[in-house]
Design a protein around this ligand. Structure first.
Ligand SMILES: CC(C)(COP(=O)(O)OP(=O)(O)OC[C@H]1O[C@@H](n2cnc3c(N)ncnc32)[C@H](O)[C@@H]1OP(=O)(O)O)[C@@H](O)C(=O)NCCC(=O)NCCS
Length: 186
């Protein structure tokens, strides 16, 4: 995840992922679409529901990341137009970057994260990116399991990367069909 203004980067999720049975399964159809400016308050609220107070993005931080060059935000929208999750990424020929991916706890383990990440990777590849990278806290077991499922590999430890001195992993996935770097995540 990308840095906060003075601290380093996003840390682990605040709330444990819900059990599979808790998820509002995709009986409700979701569609992936680009975020609109009026979605901004909902995205901030979702981020606040996904991360502890010291790590969630402030309004200026989120705004700055969303407006950065190459940045894009995709949302998962239910039939009733409520937003269940989103991904904020950067698509650049030098490489893609996932800044954050947030799915509301009650919608987890229903494939929304996968849909969002795959849509983002498609967008990055279309921009010429041959790989995508991101950072994840070493104690964010749910996110690490998610990225492992999506084929990401850990290429570096980032000592003291997160507020409080927590280490991070840098994770990478090749988008161009070349061999994935590093060993699979444990
Ligand atoms: C990480 C996150 C985006 C995953 O979203 P999601 O919609 O629950 O993910 P999916 O349902 O698409 O999961 C796809 C697969 O990833 C794996 N996975 C996802 N969450 C997992 C968890 N908590 N524990 C174990 N495996 C998990 C599973 O293999 C899952 O497939 P399955 O449900 O068929 O077993 C979501 O948990 C989240 O928003 N977490 C809080 C924010 C966060 O930590 N973001 C990442 C920061 S680096």
């Amino acid at each position: 995840m990308k840095p906060r203004e003075r601290t380093r980067k996003r840390g682990s999720e605040e709330r444990a992922a819900t059990k599979p049975g808790d998820a509002e399964r995709t009986a409700r159809p979701f569609s992936i679409r680009p975020a609109k400016s009026e979605d901004f308050p909902a995205l901030l609220a979702i981020d606040a529901a996904c991360f502890a107070a010291e790590i969630r993005y402030s309004q200026p931080e989120m705004s700055r990341y969303m407006k950065a060059r190459g940045a894009f935000t995709l949302v998962a929208e239910a039939a009733d137009t409520s937003i269940a999750g989103f991904i904020l990424g950067v698509a650049h020929p030098r490489g893609g970057h996932v800044i954050t991916i947030d799915v509301l706890p009650r919608f987890r383990r229903a494939g929304l994260g996968r849909q969002l990440l795959q849509a983002a990777e498609t967008r990055m590849a279309a921009a010429g990116a041959r790989h995508v990278q991101l950072e994840a806290a070493v104690d964010n077991a749910g996110a690490l399991a998610f990225y492992r499922d999506q084929g990401y590999r850990a290429v570096a430890v980032l000592p003291g990367y997160y507020p409080g001195g927590l280490d991070g992993w840098r994770l990478v996935k090749r988008l161009d069909g070349e061999a994935q770097p590093g060993p699979p995540l444990p």
